[in-house]
Ligand binder design. Sequence first.
Ligand SMILES: [Zn+2]
Length: 241
Amino acid sequence: MFCTAMIAPTDTATKIELSIKALPEPYRGQVLVSIQKQYTDFYRDLTVVLENTEPELLVLVDKAHALPENYIPNDLVLLDSAQVVLNKKDMQARRIAAQALYTMVHAAQAQGITISVSSAYRSYAYQESLFSMYVKEMGEEAASRVSAKPGHSQHQLGTAFDFGSVTNEFAKTRAGKWLTQNARNYGFSLSYPEGLEELTGYSWESWHYRFIGVKAALFEQKYFLGIQQLMLLFLHTYLKA
Ligand SMILES: [Zn+2]
């Protein structure tokens, strides 16, 4: 594909090639171009991301990749209403994600923008009841466009948050616009962007962000067209290869 052996060890270069090949077209070609353009940087940045990010923050959870039914993060904390506006009681998240959330909402608050949280950690059992509620309401096919099956929700990771109204009206609000511009600088990434349903499996959710760490969020922006699914799919293949 391209000569990388001078920069990265041969086995690493092979893994990088394999992982790019695992991406679906038309994105594969675009990611390849952006990586090839700055391959030395890419190899260095990949190493930095993997050395500085907890593996759990980068786990691929989508329609094809599930978490075990018994997966419960071991460092869940209650979200603190003194730190962030909470639209419902007793929400939990992983400690590392909650800390990053507070830092981010304080930065927004300093600019007069309030970001409120509507959903955070969801257990396997809770997701199961949520999904079956949607199925009853709209049938299985429509339900699976808007809600994850149990085990397939990023919310089970304890690092995903829904903000504001949980409708795409949120994108037009000051909080929604601020997050679009700034979330990645705090390690948050929009999981289901507009127009990417075929890739992510879900219709646009302008309110749903996942904490992946600052280094990974910037890595996603620099090489993966700012698309979380592409970066997580790449890393999923890379780490298994
Ligand atoms: Zn969500």
